[in-house]
Write a protein that binds this ligand. Structure first.
Ligand code: SAM
Ligand code: SF4
Ligand code: SF4
Length: 337
């Protein structure tokens, strides 16, 4: 097997997250707050999006370099026209061992079956609260809990199992509804992952006061339903995993603020127009698009990726607040979460 490409801190390149579109049908306050993005936002036009053939070339290059996990994201990936066709291509590629998608779930009722037939391996669904009014205010009054639950049901019916349910926790916003959400999914076979609210982008008015440390959830949940730690499944796993001692399944804590995992970070990201970033908090990226044409030698693309990754020093979360740097970051809906 090919030795993985390593950065200056010896971190291998293992995962690739591809944003397939920057548009979204929600306006989550922590990602695309509607005050900013309803009037001023400029989204990519359809012709600016990488075409399927370009994404396939991109994935060929990354898999040649040892990447085997691909996650499709956005924006809202289910808004990309022809998504199932793209997935069918990617699922058939020899180097792609794990093909996953993250979605807000509202379009799953009409799409889950096609995604399953196309060969998608796994789905993560974001759901921050089961309380309709809390959920509506977080999503900028664009989403309903009922619709996301229908999406979860559609995914189950299409044969997806062990769904990950991503929940961003904000103090004073949805933290009072978290225990109810954990209770709801206990015993369902799905895995709730509580994520600390992050300072991604420049528009979400992040403050440390709004972060509830994952360690607090661990104690609260353990006090009610005893938990046992689970070993990580692979190097660089972002979630700390726990199983319920009574056999009701598993939960994960993604403590990106209080327990950063930069030391193990093996993820690269490419935006819907082909910008390559080596950190979720980057301000500067590299355009791969000129290297994705069929007239360009594949080697030029792999060399560029190798150069960018081998020069990578990123550890934003580990240094949070210590560097005094205030570089503008790329917004999460563009970068791809
Ligand atoms: N639209 C899809 C969705 O919401 O699942 C995919 C893209 S979204 C950017 C990917 C993930 O990033 C979601 O689980 C979302 O909750 C998470 N996310 C966005 N902004 C965040 C923030 N400020 N802190 C923590 N997680 C965030
Ligand atoms: Fe859209 Fe996902 Fe961002 Fe919410 S988190 S605004 S659903 S891209
Ligand atoms: Fe990886 Fe950057 Fe997040 Fe650190 S801050 S874990 S380097 S994406």
């Amino acid at each position: 097997m090919l030795a993985p490409l390593r950065d200056v801190r010896a971190r291998p390149l293992r995962d690739l997250r591809i944003s397939v579109i920057d548009r979204c049908n929600f306006r989550c306050t922590y990602c695309m707050p509607r005050e900013t993005f309803d009037c001023k936002a400029k989204f990519l036009s359809r012709r600016d999006l990488l075409r399927d053939a370009e994404i396939i070339r991109l994935v060929e290059a990354f898999t040649d370099l040892g990447v085997s996990k691909i996650r499709l994201t956005g924006g809202e990936p289910l808004l990309r026209p022809g998504l199932a066709g793209l997935i069918e291509h990617l699922a058939g590629m020899s180097g792609v061992e794990d093909l996953a998608l993250i979605t807000n779930g509202v379009l799953l009722p009409q799409m889950a079956q096609d995604l399953a037939s196309a060969g998608l391996g796994r789905i993560t669904i974001s759901l921050d609260s089961l309380d309709e009014s809390v959920f509506a205010s977080i999503t900028g009054y664009r989403g309903t809990v009922g619709r996301v639950l229908e999406g979860i049901e559609a995914a189950e019916q299409a044969g997806f199992t062990r769904l990950k349910i991503n929940t961003v926790v904000q103090r004073g916003v949805n933290d009072h509804t978290i225990m109810g959400l954990v209770k709801h999914f206990r015993g369902s076979g799905h895995i709730v992952r509580l994520i600390e609210f992050m300072d991604v982008g420049n528009s979400n008015k992040w403050s440390l006061d709004r972060v509830v440390p994952g360690a607090k959830w661990l104690k609260r949940i353990h006090d009610r339903w005893p938990l046992r730690p689970l070993a990580s499944q692979y190097p660089g796993e972002t979630a700390r995993r726990y199983s319920f001692e009574d056999g009701a399944g598993e939960i994960g804590l993604i403590n990106s603020i209080t327990q950063p995992f930069c030391g193990q970070c093996s993820r690269a990201r490419v935006t819907a127009d082909g910008m390559f970033y080596t950190c979720l908090f980057s301000g500067q990226g590299t355009s791969l698009r000129p290297f994705l044409t069929n007239t360009c030698e594949p080697q030029a693309l792999t060399e560029l990726i190798c150069r960018s990754w081998s020069e990578r020093e990123d550890r934003y979360s580990q240094n949070r607040g210590r560097t005094g740097k205030t570089e503008l970051k790329v917004e999460m809906y563009r970068m791809g979460g």
